[in-house]
Structure formats: structure tokens, C-alpha cells
Design a protein around this ligand. Structure first.
Ligand SMILES: Cc1cc2nc3c(=O)[nH]c(=O)nc-3n(C[C@H](O)[C@H](O)[C@H](O)COP(=O)(O)OP(=O)(O)OC[C@H]3O[C@@H](n4cnc5c(N)ncnc54)[C@H](O)[C@@H]3O)c2cc1C
Length: 367
């Protein structure tokens, strides 16, 4: 068994999990001069961070509490700049696009408008071809599979090391301090560790407690291919969204299913998503989806992640459980994580994202 060597002078940090949460943390640490290694069980960014839609906002932001909004709004304000920096570091394009979002059939439009006005989110009432609705011109998207590629490239260019197909299976600790993590291939030592293992974060490893109340929530998505320009804004109605990409692809999603670690897709869902999408964009009725997949969101009660020091180890931090909005939250979540790791006064109140706070939250029947 190989033992990794972190004998350099820079503090060494191992990040477990190379989704957007782990990659964005790794990038921030590399920019601060740390020696960073990522350990990934599968391929880089191939789980939720690839499978998701890339809308950079909660779907109906007025339906969430202030704990979620604090993270998402902070990210949304700085996202264009954050992506531009990732693109500059990587030489890759992530397709950030402020395409706006049309929301149809809003139950309480006055409440939605009041919330947006109070939170500095531009919103207007509009009559669309599909009916009355609300228009949010500032909502953006990013092409998340491309963002993940750009993040990976940026990490590598800044000297980060990524081991794929290398799952962490056990840990070595001494008196509340993590010394090393073990995979089938090697034992890796470091000064500090970050847990960014997405939907798998609730599973305890021997001697490493699972993060409370995190569980996988499956989401199925369809992909269509249209001519570029046939849809140029996000459409949302009653739980269903259509996301256009610049090259004409349109994503249709998504389901919210409590089905364990099962990424099976099913025909009934394909038909339902297709017919609901065709009501919003009739041209889809005559097309077949070119792809249909499922991803596992790192579910958490209330969509509230855990960003904290691990309660059992002084040198382990966690950045997990961003549930439906992990692409959106990435920059603000990592900013908070860095503040905690560096003992800076945090820009966001860290209390609601603490491990202890997650212990007190409960899953309800509503997903
Ligand atoms: C259908 C769907 C639609 C979505 N739409 C949006 C959206 O529009 N906007 C938005 O903001 N968010 C969206 N999301 C949510 C978003 O994708 C997630 O919140 C985000 O990707 C979580 O990132 P992550 O890095 O925490 O998890 P992941 O991307 O799942 O990464 C975790 C990684 O950890 C690895 N890992 C696990 N255990 C180990 C181990 N023991 N050792 C080593 N590696 C390990 C896994 O292999 C995985 O690669 C969507 C998700 C889905 C599924």
C-alpha cells in the first residue's frame, strides 16, 4: 500500500469528493497557496453536479426561508464574476447565461412580488403566450457539466492533484485529529480534510460519522435537441422546468424521488415530463428526447447544507447537503467554508449551517 507524501512546506489538504462542492473548495484553497489533493470514488463531477439543470436560483425563491436565501442570493450576486474567474483559470467556457425565467401559474403572485422586492430580485407581471405569469429577467443559468470540466481544469492547472476511482473507505485518527484516509489503493495523509461527498455524506465510514439528515433524492431529467434560438429563457410551471442551452438543447425536469441510491429511470416519468413540457413548448410534442437520466441530489431538510467543522475532529470540515441548489450555492458555500477554516469573521451567519443545527432539523413528508 502506497502512502502519499505531503512533505512540502504548504499546508496540505485532502478533499473527499470531486463534485462542484469539492472542486470549488479545492480551487479556493489552491488560490490561497495550499497543497490540495482530491479523492473521488468515480469520475470528476459525474454525479449530481453533472446530472443537474444549472439554474442559478431556487425555483420559487419566495417559498424558502431566509437561511436558504442568504446563501443563494449571495451566490447569485457574484456568480458571473466567479464563473469568469474559473474560465480564466481553466481556459474553458462554462456558458453562464442570464437568460431570465418565466414562471407560470403562480399561486400567490402578490406574495412573490413582495418577496422579490424585499430581496432586490427584479420581477414583473407579464402575459405570456402560455398565460399570465411572472418574469424574472435576472435569473441566470450555467451549463453545469461544462462548469465541472472548467473547475477540474482550473484545479489541475493550479497544481491540484485529483485521484479518480479512488473511494475513501476508512480513516485513521488520533485523539480527535484525523491523520489519514484510506482507499483500496493508498493511505493519504494531510494536515486537514474536507468532506464533500454529496448524497453519500450521510453514510458513516468506520470511525467517521455520517453527516446528520443527508440522504439521496433522485431527480430525472429529459434532454431534447432543437434548433438554436427556439427557446431563449427558462420556463417554469408547477414543478416542471425547461432550460434552454445556447446550442439548442433543452432540458426538461425534474422529479423529486426518495428512492435511496437508485438511479433507475422509468418510462412513465419520461412520458409525463414529455407531455407536460409539450404544453409549455408545443414543438416538443413531435420530438423524442435524445437522453434521459437520473441524478442523486444530496438531500437535506429545507435544502440547508452543513458547512462546519466536523464535531469529532479538529481538522475536518464539511461542505455537504446543498440538495436542489448546490450549483447555485457553490460560491457562497465555499466562501463560508474558507472563513471557518481561516477563522475569519464570516460574511454569513454560520449558525444555521452548523452540524448541530442539522441534527435538529427533521425531514417532513414534503420534499
Ligand atoms: C436532476 C437534478 C437537477 C438539479 N438542478 C439544479 C439546478 O438547476 N440548480 C442547482 O443549483 N442545483 C441543481 N441540482 C442540485 C445540484 O446538482 C447538487 O446540489 C450539487 O451538484 C451537489 O454537488 P456535490 O459536489 O455536493 O455533490 P456531487 O456532485 O454528487 O459530488 C459528490 C462526489 O463525492 C463522491 N464521493 C462520495 N463518496 C465518496 C468517497 N467515500 N470517497 C471519494 N469520493 C466520494 C461522489 O462520487 C461524487 O462525485 C440538481 C440536481 C439534480 C440531480
Amino acid at each position: 500500500m502506497r502512502e502519499s507524501d505531503h512533505s512540502g512546506t504548504k499546508p496540505s489538504i485532502i478533499v473527499l469528493g470531486a463534485g462542484i462542492s469539492g472542486l470549488s473548495a479545492a480551487l479556493a484553497l489552491l488560490k490561497r497557496g495550499h497543497d490540495v489533493t482530491l479523492l473521488e470514488r468515480g469520475d470528476v463531477g459525474a454525479e449530481a453536479s453533472w446530472a443537474g439543470g444549472g439554474i442559478l436560483s431556487p425555483l420559487l425563491p419566495w417559498d424558502y426561508g431566509e437561511t436558504l436565501s442568504a446563501l443563494t442570493l449571495r451566490s447569485m450576486v457574484g456568480y458571473a464574476e466567479w464563473v469568469a474567474d474559473v474560465e480564466a483559470q481553466s481556459g474553458r467556457v462554462a456558458e453562464y447565461w442570464r437568460c431570465g425565467m418565466q414562471v407560470m401559474d403562480v399561486a400567490e403572485p402578490d406574495r412573490a412580488i413582495a418577496w422579490c422586492e424585499a430581496h432586490d430580485v427584479t420581477i414583473e407581471r407579464r402575459a405570456f403566450q402560455t398565460g399570465e405569469g411572472l418574469w424574472l429577467p435576472g435569473i441566470a443559468q450555467v451549463r453545469n457539466p461544462r462548469l465541472v470540466v472548467a473547475l477540474r481544469e482550473a484545479v489541475v492547472r493550479l497544481g491540484g492533484v485529483i485521484h479518480t476511482r479512488d473511494a475513501v473507505e476508512t480513516v485513521v485518527s488520533r485523539a480527535g485529529h484525523l491523520v489519514a484516509v484510506r482507499t483500496a489503493q493508498a493511505t493519504y495523509t494531510a494536515d486537514r480534510f474536507i468532506l464533500a461527498t454529496g448524497a453519500w455524506s450521510g453514510i458513516a465510514l468506520p470511525d467517521l460519522a455520517g453527516v446528520p439528515n443527508i440522504r439521496p433524492i433522485r431527480g430525472q431529467i429529459l434532454l431534447f435537441r432543437l434548433e438554436p434560438g427556439m427557446l431563449d429563457t427558462i420556463l417554469y410551471r408547477k414543478g416542471l422546468y425547461l432550460i434552454p442551452r445556447r446550442d439548442g438543447h433543452v432540458l426538461v425536469g425534474s422529479t423529486v424521488e426518495d428512492a435511496g441510491f437508485d438511479k433507475t429511470i422509468d418510462e412513465a416519468t419520461r412520458r409525463r415530463l414529455h407531455s407536460e413540457a409539450a404544453e409549455l413548448l408545443p414543438v416538443l410534442a413531435g420530438l423524442d428526447p435524445v437522453q434521459h437520466w437520473a441524478g442523486l441530489r444530496p438531500g437535506s431538510p429545507g435544502n440547508i447544507p452543513v458547512i462546519d467543522r466536523h464535531p469529532h475532529f479538529d481538522n475536518v470540515f464539511v461542505n455537504v447537503g446543498h440538495y436542489r441548489y448546490g450549483v447555485t450555492m457553490a460560491p457562497a458555500a465555499v466562501e463560508l467554508l474558507m472563513d471557518l477554516m481561516e477563522d475569519n469573521p464570516p460574511a454569513l451567519d454560520p449558525a444555521p449551517y452548523r452540524w448541530q443545527a442539522a441534527l435538529e432539523r427533521r425531514w417532513t413528508d414534503a420534499l
